[in-house]
Design a protein around this ligand. Structure first.
Ligand code: SF4
Length: 227
């Protein structure tokens, strides 16, 4: 019997590896991967009896700690430079700096249980929605009331917001497939704290060059050690 997780992960790995090997830059390959992801998740939701309780304007999950990889952050940087005007970039940097100064005073555990509005949240909408990282894409909930409860009581890790098993499984499989392909490029696949890395990406013009040379992309950002 075929394992749907393995099948989805392998399929995404093969497609992304081929695109990355064909000389396409990581941004183009990641955008294509996000398109496939959205189709895969839409199909999984369609086939599920349970539906997510998420809707536009509900943004309790945008106060959580987010991690991302260099290729995701550099795609967001490209999107911001293309779509945001000078004033919007300046106010984004100010909001990121405020959040970074708070995050640097927290332990990883404290960060996990502290509500901190993402600097990219604008009127309860994600301002970079088409290129939001896998960590944000993968989050969904079957109980918006539980999300609100968790938001009101962030240190309570017992509150379960509910996920659809197949949607979570395909999301994870697809993400792992892309990441396995990215791992083979020899480029930086470290996991970074999203806020500190995005601020560095927007302020340091050498981040892309370091990434392309296979070096550590971010020198100031907090690196996440999952071990
Ligand atoms: S990047 Fe977008 S989706 Fe992710 S936490 Fe920030 S505002 Fe929310």
């Amino acid at each position: 019997m075929t394992d749907p997780f393995q099948t989805a992960a392998l399929s995404e790995y093969q497609k992304s590896a081929a695109q990355l090997a064909s000389g396409k830059d990581a941004n183009a390959a990641l955008k294509k991967s996000y398109e496939r992801y959205d189709n895969l998740i839409a199909k999984a939701i369609d086939e599920s009896d349970t539906k997510p309780d998420c809707k536009a304007g509900c943004a309790f999950c945008c106060y959580y700690k987010v991690e991302a990889r260099a290729h995701e952050i550099l795609l967001i940087k490209e999107y911001i430079n293309r779509h945001f005007n000078t004033e919007k970039i300046a106010s984004l940097k100010t909001a990121l700096e405020t959040n970074v100064s708070i995050i640097r005073g927290l332990t990883p555990e404290q960060h996990l249980t502290t509500n901190l509005q993402c600097a990219l949240l604008d009127n309860n909408q994600c301002s970079i929605y088409p290129v939001r990282p896998f960590r944000c894409r993968n989050f969904h909930s079957t109980d918006a009331n539980a999300c609100e409860q968790s938001h009101s009581d962030p240190s309570n890790m017992e509150i379960a917001t509910g996920m659809i098993e197949d949607v979570a499984m395909f999301a994870d499989a697809h993400t792992q497939g892309f990441e396995a392909a990215a791992d083979q490029t020899g480029k930086d696949t470290r996991i970074y704290d999203f806020t500190t890395a995005l601020l560095e990406a927007l302020c340091d013009e050498h981040t892309l060059k370091r990434y392309q040379r296979g070096k550590k992309t971010f020198q100031q950002a907090i690196e996440i050690d999952l071990n």
